[in-house]
Design a protein around this ligand. Sequence first.
Ligand code: A3P
Length: 273
Amino acid sequence: MSTYKERGVMFPGDIVPRSNLELLKTFDIRDDDIMLITYPKTGTWWLHQVIKQILAEQGVKDEKYLGNIPNLIEFTLPVIGPLAEVVKTAPSPRVLATHVPVDFLPPGLLGSKAKIIVLMRNPKDTAVSMFHFSQKRPELPTPESWNSFAQQFLAGDCLWGPFYDHVLGYWKLKDQHNILFLKYEDMKKDLPAEVKKLCSFLEKPLSDEEVQAVAAATQFDSMKNTLGEKGQVFTRKGVIGDWKNYFSDDQSRAYDEQYRERLSNTGLEFQFE
Ligand code: A3P
């Protein structure tokens, strides 16, 4: 496990070598690409699956080709590195996903007609989820303890962080670009409503019945049980408010203070329960 910093952002070197960031600078975007943008552990895989189901209801096939890679769900930039050539020749529509902060995006993306969806989650649950994930994955730095991890996340001394720079970097684009912003908590509370938002943004209308089918196929238990190994890796508890099982009062206060400092007057808000 190794990490490095590029323009103030910490990357996991074993997953995203610097050369992969270079690839992003010349990565060609297509107008019919669908680009999912998330800070890690905010429901990336869940959103992937929802989009995949919406497209499947529309008859778009998840074709497996070169190296058995499905075109609809596997393209995580810039993790893709060695597979860049595969991504370039993949059939449309490509569903691409990335965790990079806004400054690292492929330069053509924001000026393109690609559909950009940004998914966010409250920082306390995100931190807890990342803590567990880092403990499980050998390619990520193993946290010494919850206390040290909570402090590092708060200080922005964590992978892909600082969290608020990441989310605000995208939020600032809301008036200039056609981006759909979604929240994990809203998906959790009313998945069919969020599926409908997605369908309308993607211009892929579905009937109420089809929307319900997408929601049923992508709710937590369905995903955990049907996605095999990947389902096991990317699902854990899948709830809002698990942070309460980890945060001390002092930690919670420090996070709340930072929340107020960074988000007041931005119009961006998160739900914590
Ligand atoms: P927890 O660790 O809090 O359970 P990512 O895909 O960005 O790595 O995000 C992983 C988080 O999304 C995990 O959070 C995981 O359990 C949660 N998740 C995945 N699928 C979900 C679903 N269908 N419903 C709710 N949460 C889901």
